[in-house]
Design a protein around this ligand. Structure first.
Ligand code: ADP
Ligand code: ASP
Ligand code: MG
Length: 406
């Protein structure tokens, strides 16, 4: 008998019919003789609606209250799923993150899992129950409810799979696995049979929201195989794991895009030691995650420092950086939030020339101006105008021949 963790995303439990559909899938896994732990997201757009409600009653809602509010979305779906299973004659119990033993840091809205004490889950499994855990949430030492960041039910699922030493973590979503690009943007995108953790992490942290980045990180760390499939079809989908066969051909594996990028430039910065620390330490302290950082070569000891953040954090970042810029004698801060990024990813690109030039010439043929470029060994990212990101993804998908079946 294997222990399997399954996670159902928001669109897979969006209404009563879909909850019953998920329950049938869970029941089938149980009927095959497995122990099943299920992690569930809030129904459909529930989390967005709760965020919007909070801002309607208070322009600056308190993070602790916001977390307590947002966590209710997953309580609704987990309890309904347990009821749907019971109606089908299966023994099932729902647990909140706290009841499931998930303790986190106290950084509300972006808490990290510190520990999982799965005693209650194990006890319920021993009694023969299917255990349904509310995703995306945990509890601090002070017993305050926290949430783990948008999209983080995936992370709850992989963390539980690691803690319970599950055989596999199955992620059920609204597409048939991980594709060569977002199938909602590129009609010809192809589902991948398998992908390595490293490549998946680059994709997830550059906008491919099919998996939460921290879930992939945990999967790699604890060697949890992650199977991404559709909750609506019977296809196997994509296996994210460590033993991916090396590509014979050098190849780009997939293209990620992100429409929510803001760029902030501190202009006329005196070029002396300690300046970068003076700017980036307070940003980190304010919980603002900075992505790309570029500093120009200085002329007459004056330089420009550019960095990117998620569009939603532009105002917060400016509030932190503007006073510092004045203090260090910089000329001004300018920002642009109408940016996005497109990234090509593949271990096949490692140490192989030609990928960057093909990417740049493809964008140039489309008349797309590149504002910033960053790379890792297995990724090239271009920051471009938000309006042109989807054109760029389609053109690159053609240029790297990703529509050809594997
Ligand atoms: P869930 O609610 O199940 O967690 P998400 O909306 O978070 O689902 O993630 C699934 C979505 O991710 C898909 O509907 C798709 O539009 C998007 N997506 C982005 N990049 C990719 C990709 N490379 N492969 C598959 N889906 C992708
Ligand atoms: N419900 C949360 C969100 O919408 C968590 C998740 O779906 O993974 O971000
Ligand atoms: Mg998701």
């Amino acid at each position: 008998m294997a222990l399997i963790v399954q996670k159902y995303g928001g669109s897979s439990v969006a209404d009563a019919e879909k909850i019953k559909n998920a329950a049938r899938r869970i029941a089938a896994t149980r009927d095959e003789g497995n122990e099943v732990v299920v992690v569930v997201s809030a129904m459909g757009k529930t989390t967005d609606n709760l965020v919007s409600l909070a801002y309607q009653v208070n322009e600056h809602p308190d993070d602790r209250e916001l977390d307590a509010l947002l966590s209710t979305g997953e309580l609704v779906s987990s309890t309904l799923l347990a009821m749907a299973l019971a109606a089908m004659g299966y023994q099932a119990i729902s647990l909140s993150g706290a009841q499931a033993g998930i303790t986190t840091t106290s950084s509300h809205r972006r808490a990290r899992i510190l520990n999982i004490e799965p005693r209650r889950i194990s006890k319920e499994l021993e009694k023969g129950s299917i255990v349904i855990v509310a995703g995306f949430q945990g509890i601090t030492e002070e017993m305050d409810v926290t949430t783990l960041g948008r999209g983080a039910s995936d992370t709850t699922a992989v963390a539980l799979a690691a803690s319970l030493k599950a055989e596999v973590c199955q992620i059920y979503t609204d597409v048939e696995g991980v594709y060569t690009a977002d199938p909602r943007v590129v009609a010809e995108a192809q589902p991948l049979e398998e992908i390595g953790y490293e490549e998946m992490l680059e994709l997830a942290s550059h906008g491919a929201r099919v998996m939460h980045g921290r879930a992939v990180e945990l999967g790699e760390l604890y060697e949890v195989p992650i199977q991404v499939s559709s909750s609506f079809t019977g296809k196997p989908g994509t296996l994210i794991h460590g033993g991916v066969s090396m590509e014979v051909r050098n190849k780009v594996r997939s293209i990620a895009h992100d429409l929510d990028i803001a760029k902030i430039t501190v202009v006329g910065v005196p070029d002396r030691p300690g300046i970068a620390a003076a700017i980036f330490e307070p940003l980190a302290g304010a919980g603002i995650s900075v992505d790309t950082i570029v500093q120009n070569a200085s002329v007459d000891n004056i330089t420009d420092l550019t960095f990117t953040v998620a569009s939603g954090q532009e105002d917060e970042a400016l509030k932190v950086v503007e006073p510092i810029a004045r203090e260090i004698g910089a000329r001004e801060c300018v920002s642009d939030s109408r940016l996005g990024q497109v990234s090509v990813v593949g271990t096949g690109m490692q140490n192989t020339p030609g990928f960057a030039s093909r990417m740049f010439s493809t964008l140039s043929e489309q008349g797309i101006n590149i504002q910033l470029i960053t790379t890792s060994e297995i990724r090239i990212t271009c920051i471009i105008e938000e309006d042109r990101v989807e054109d760029a993804v389609r053109a690159l998908h053609r240029a790297f021949r990703l529509d050809a079946k594997e």
